[in-house]
Design a protein around this ligand. Structure first.
Ligand SMILES: [Zn+2]
Length: 147
């Protein structure tokens, strides 16, 4: 059985999805603009986009009629680019943010230490060419802030 299931429906389009089967093709619809963090995997599904604009003939106004053949646009999607509400780029950005936060929390003391080191280095670099007296003042103030 390979039935089509409605994935999304608006006034203008209906998007259906069914599982991929041999003969559908191999290239994912997102292949050309897949983010590097989420390249294509093997094809798993086919989406069908149906145009639901009503018939243009005066007085007809129906979505599907003899005057207006129903348009169906077929797209192959891979395991990594199954359509969701978010685009692959948004999913990746969200995953990256969460992963970074998990890493920071797991290594909180190291994170604080690195942050302090980088801050001190940035301040030192900014006042590299300043008078030694000014340097001592600024670096001392920065260290007081940390304490
Ligand atoms: Zn893909």
């Amino acid at each position: 059985m390979n039935t089509e299931t409605v994935l999304q429906e608006t006034d203008r389009v209906r998007i259906l999805i069914r599982s991929w089967q041999p003969g559908d093709g191999l290239i994912c619809a997102h292949a050309k603009r897949a983010p590097r963090e989420m390249p294509c995997g093997k094809p798993v599904a086919v989406t069908i986009t149906e145009d639901l604009d009503p018939c243009w003939r005066a007085g007809c106004g129906t979505r599907a009629c003899a005057h207006r053949p129903k348009s169906r646009h077929r797209r192959i999607v891979c395991a990594n680019h199954i359509p969701t509400l978010a685009s692959p780029g948004e999913v990746t950005a969200g995953a990256r943010k969460t992963a970074t936060e998990r890493l920071i929390v797991a290594h909180w003391d190291e994170w604080q230490k690195y942050l302090d080191e980088e801050t001190a280095q940035a301040v030192a670099k900014r006042f590299e060419f300043a008078d030694p007296e000014i340097q001592r003042l600024v670096m001392g103030a920065a260290e007081d802030c940390d304490a």
